[in-house]
Design a protein around this ligand. Sequence first.
Ligand SMILES: *Cc1c(COP(=O)(O)O)cnc(C)c1O
Length: 383
Amino acid sequence: MNQQTQFYRDTWAEINLDHITYNVKSMKKHVGEDTEVFAVVKANAYGHGDIEVAKTALNAGATRLAVATLDEALALRKKGADAPILVLGYSRPENAGFAAANNISLTVFQADWLEKAKTFVKEELNIHVKFDSGMGRIGIRKHEEWTKLNEQLEQNQVFKLEGAFTHFATADEMETGYYEEQLQKFNEMIGWMKEKPKYIHASNSAAGLRFFQSHFNAVRYGISMYGLTPSPDIAAVLPFQLKEAFALHTKLVHVKKLNKGEKVSYGATYEAKEEEWIGTLPIGYADGWIRKLSTQEVLVNGERVPIVGRICMDQCMIKLPSELPVGTQVTLIGKQEQTEISVNEIAKTLETINYEVTCQVSNRVPRVYTKGGNETSVRNGLL
Ligand SMILES: *Cc1c(COP(=O)(O)O)cnc(C)c1O
C-alpha cells in the first residue's frame, strides 16, 4: 500500500462521500437542466480533501471545479483531476501562460492585468470577468473599467472570455434587500457586455438554494455540498435536507483514576472533585482542535462527556463516566448511537461559522473516505 493511503495515529476525520453525492444530486435536481453546478473545492475542499470531493462531485453531476488559488488548481491537476477548473481569486499575470497550459480558467478584473499577462500567454487562456456588485472585495465596479478591460480582450485573441460573475454578501440572511440590490446591479453590469460569455454565474450555496432569479446558467456550490447550512438563519427554509459529510474521531490512548484534588493539564486548572476516571485523547490544537474548545463535550459510548483542563498542542483530556479500555473510540464531530455533535455545534462553541470548523482541521489529521458504509480510501497529508 502507498504510504499516503495509510496512517499511524488514532485520530482521523471520516468523510462520507455518499452524502456529498446526495448533496450534489439534490442541488442539480433543484437548479434544473439549464443550470450547471460548479463544485467549490477550495481550501482542500473545506477540509474534506480536494481530489476525493472533486471526483465525487463530478460523478454526481457537477461539471466544473472552482478553487481560490492557482496552486490549489495545480494540486488538483497533479492528483489527476482533468475537468475544467476556475480560480476564483487573483492570480499573477506572470503565471497566466502556466494556467492556460493546464486548462485552468482565471478570474480577471483589471485591464492592466490583461496588458501584463498577454506576453506570457502562448495558448488560449479562458477568463471569467469578476464584477463587484456590492461585496467590496474584488471585481469591476464601474462601466469605464469594463470598457478598458474589454478593449484588451478585443485586441488580444489569446484571451477567451468564458464567463462573467459576481458574489453575494448577504445571500445567507433572511433580510433580502441587499441581495436584491446586488442582483439588480449585476444584471446592469452584464448589460454592459455586448456579447455574452458562455457562463454567467452569481450564486453561492445560499443563493443557489433560495433564489432562482440569480441562477443564470451556473451556481457555485460550496458549503452545502458538504451538507452544511450556509447560516443557521436559513436552515429552516432550505429546499432539501442536507447531509453532513464530515466526522472527527479519536481513541482513548490512556485511562487513569485521579483522587480528589489531583490536577489535569497546563496551568493545573482542572481539579478532580472526587475520584474520577480521566481519559487522554491524541488530538490537540495543532490538529485544529483549538484551546477554545475546552468547554466542548465529546461522545463516548453514545454519551456526552466533558473535556477537562486546557487543550494541549497534541493531546487533551476528558472525564469518563467509568473506567473504559484504552482504544475506546471517541467522537468529537459526528454520531454515536442516537447522540450527535454537529459541525454547527462546534461552530457555536467557537462563536464562529461552520465553514471555519472543517477548514481548521489540519493536514496532520488523515482523511478516511467511506462509501456504502465501507472505508474506500485514506489520504494522509503528511506522507
Ligand atoms: C467560496 C466561494 C463560493 C462558495 O460559497 P459557499 O457559501 O461555500 O457556497 C462561491 N463563490 C466564491 C467567489 C467563493 O469565494
